[in-house]
Design a protein around this ligand. Structure first.
Ligand code: CU
Length: 174
């Protein structure tokens, strides 16, 4: 398991450097789209940033990144917790004004939330991983976030768009 997590950390570091361009969709190493199979597979890590102050998802936080997937595609999110607290992952309806400190655990699509997602003790633990799969069946604006209370308000959320057509990628607004 340690070797697996180490490989993920290296992959994320390399892909972050390679996708430094701003405000355009990119396909970093942790994001794979297969248009013939109509699937998108991504690796998302919960971790601390370089200053070890804030929580983030693949280095993104507070909506400064946007994942776009095509409507109707099967989505697989391989979630790794590289932090020392329990974290979770889920796709929820986009909030109207600001993130909630106590989000509900109702995903936007069946299956689009990790287990015990709102529990600060029962969510995905340090060093653990979980895979969620769902069909992005409705176009629209959603959020990919940690559902542990107060973590989204602490930064652990990014935008998750389901677009009509074949648009797919990751936009970096950091
Ligand atoms: Cu979290």
């Amino acid at each position: 398991m340690r070797q697996t997590l180490g490989a993920v950390a290296i992959l994320l570091t390399v892909s972050a450097a390679a996708s430094a361009q701003r405000s355009t969709n990119a396909a970093p190493g942790w994001f794979r789209v297969d248009h013939s199979a109509r699937t998108v597979t991504m690796t998302i890590a919960a971790e601390q940033d370089a200053s070890h102050i804030s929580w983030n998802l693949n280095g993104f936080m507070n909506g400064n990144g946007t994942i776009t997937v095509p409507e109707g595609y099967g989505i697989t999110i391989n979630f790794f917790n590289l932090d020392n607290l329990a974290h979770s992952i889920g796709v929820l309806e986009h909030w109207v004004i600001e993130p909630s400190a106590t989000p509900d655990s109702i995903p936007a699509f069946p299956g689009a939330v990790s287990s015990n997602a709102t529990s600060s003790t029962g969510a995905t633990r340090e060093g653990a991983s979980e895979t969620i799969t769902f069909v992005a069946s409705r176009k629209g604006r959603y959020v990919l976030m940690c559902l542990v209370p107060s973590f989204a308000t602490g930064g652990m959320w990014i935008n998750f768009n389901v677009a009509p057509g074949r648009e797919a990628g990751v936009r970096d607004d950091r």
